[in-house]
Ligand binder design. Structure first.
Ligand SMILES: Nc1nc2c(ncn2[C@@H]2O[C@H](COP(=O)(O)OP(=O)(O)OP(=O)(O)O)[C@@H](O)[C@H]2O)c(=O)[nH]1
Ligand SMILES: [Mg+2]
Length: 443
């Protein structure tokens, strides 16, 4: 396979002290040699070189080259990092020069994808690179670093191995019936495998969902009838007067958004228009948006007025959220001493909102170790894990229904492929290799 030489600016295209330009590919050393003051084609190990980038006789910049001979580089191929002065103009001139000497511009994520193709990293690690770059909290970054180090991949590899154990036993029974010294695969093997793996997968899903919360945060909608103090609560949580607050019912018409970091978890807050029956066209559009927001939220805070009896409008809103994770919040508790109804009592006006923050955090179900536990924590990985479980359960039920073992193995194959897909090994790893590595058949 030919790996074209790619080039891109690795730093942000802004004026800065230095810029780094990365060149990677089969001809990286040749391309760079054509415009550097020294020939680097014979370099065999990691080297730092000072020299000049030259367009024929014209010096473009004095630079430092970090030279990595493949496979000992991030991408697994010959790689040069050119550190030049931090002018965007200079960086562009160098990139244009490299393009004219045979490189092409890299596409998004192409360096990581090269690293993946050269098996320097698996797919989970490739995804983690992106997560590390995009992390918006220290906690999210640290969790993604664990995946980048390969800690997450270690969770799934044993599951792949166990499925392969049983699958290869079945395959060898089917394909080599004449082999008498091989144990006969039966439904007991499948049932035992599924009973062993399903609790492990459940644990991984649970930890992955926690990891997803730490990485991406959750959407929290503030809903209630007009004037209960939703916008006041948004402002109190944000610590700034972002939303307009008045005593006129129907003040908020559109969704007002804000973000806070609650003990390391990002809450995407969505303040909504007060829900009520209205004639006003603009307000009624706002009310519809509020209802849509309820369905998009991971958690709904239903605000009620602690100083008033609940009315029909409050009851209707409570019924809208009954099947959605929600917390009932009594605001304006400064106006009454009564605390007899079930819910959290706060005063947005007085900034007395700690009980609500505690309740939200408790609802996330995070423990201290959740922040340190490597987990399969993106939607793709979690979806595949859940599919793996389904396929395993199908194999178990087929086995218990006494289906022939070759039919039972169809679902086991599905489970195996889903696990491979998590690691990005699908299409690369063939179950027949697993068979040959375990049994001395077909020598
Ligand atoms: N006493 C008291 N008044 C509050 C509290 N929270 C909000 N208010 C007052 O209630 C009124 C309505 O507050 P908003 O925050 O605009 O209410 P809202 O729920 O966003 O109203 P809409 O946008 O119309 O749906 C304002 O006069 C606030 O000052 C509170 O905790 N205690
Ligand atoms: Mg409002």
């Amino acid at each position: 396979m030919v790996f074209e030489t790619i080039v891109a600016l690795a730093t942000a295209p802004l004026k800065s002290a230095l810029h780094i330009i990365r060149v990677s590919g089969d001809d990286a050393f040749t391309v760079v040699s054509k415009c550097f003051s020294k020939d680097i084609r014979d370099i065999k190990e990691r080297t730092l070189l000072v020299g000049k980038m030259m367009d024929n006789d014209k010096v473009i910049d004095e630079v430092v080259l970090a030279i990595y001979k493949g496979p000992n580089s991030f991408t697994g191929e010959d790689l040069v990092e050119i550190t030049c002065h931090g002018s965007v103009l200079i960086a562009n001139e160098i990139i244009e020069l490299l393009l004219s000497k045979g490189a092409r511009l890299a596409t998004n994520g192409e360096y990581s994808s090269r690293a993946f193709l050269h098996e320097k990293i698996d797919l989970i690690q490739a995804e983690a690179i992106n997560d590390v770059i995009n992390a918006s909290t220290k906690e999210a970054k640290e969790l993604s670093m664990l995946s980048l180090k390969g800690e997450t991949s270690k969770l799934i590899v044993p599951i792949r191995k166990r499925i392969a154990d049983v699958l290869s036993l079945i395959e060898v029974n089917i394909d080599y019936p004449e082999y008498e010294d091989i144990e006969v695969a039966n439904k007991g093997h499948v049932v035992a495998l599924v009973d062993e793996l399903v609790p492990q997968i459940d644990k991984l899903v649970n930890e992955g969902e926690k990891g997803l919360i730490i990485k991406e945060g959750i959407n929290v909608a503030l809903v209630g009838k007009p004037n209960v103090g939703k916008s006041s609560l948004l402002n109190a949580l944000l610590g700034e007067n972002k939303a307009i607050v008045t005593d006129i019912a129907g003040t908020t018409r559109d969704i007002v958004e804000g973000e806070i970091n609650l003990n390391g978890v990002v809450l995407h807050l969505l303040d909504t228009a007060g829900i009520r029956e209205v004639e006003d066209k603009v307000e009624s559009i706002g009310v519809n948006k509020s209802k849509e927001t309820i369905n998009k939220a991971d958690l709904v805070l239903v605000l009620l007025d602690a100083s008033n009896e609940l009315d029909k409008e409050d009851e209707e809103i409570l019924s809208l959220v009954k099947d959605i994770p929600h917390i009932v919040v009594y605001n304006k508790s400064d106006k009454t001493s009564s605390r007899d109804k079930e819910g959290i009592y706060i005063s947005a006006l007085n900034n007395d909102i700690t009980p609500l923050k505690d309740a939200v955090y408790e609802r996330l179900g995070l423990k201290e170790e959740s922040f340190k536990t490597p987990s399969l924590n993106n939607v793709r990985q979690l979806g595949l894990l859940k599919n793996t479980k389904e396929s395993l359960l199908k194999a178990k039920s087929d086995a218990l229904n006494d289906l022939p073992i070759d039919l039972v193995s169809v679902s086991l194959h599905d489970a195996y492929n889903q696990v491979l897909e998590i690691l990005g090994e699908y299409n690369q790893r063939d179950i027949s290799k697993e068979i040959f590595s375990r049994f001395c058949v077909g020598k």
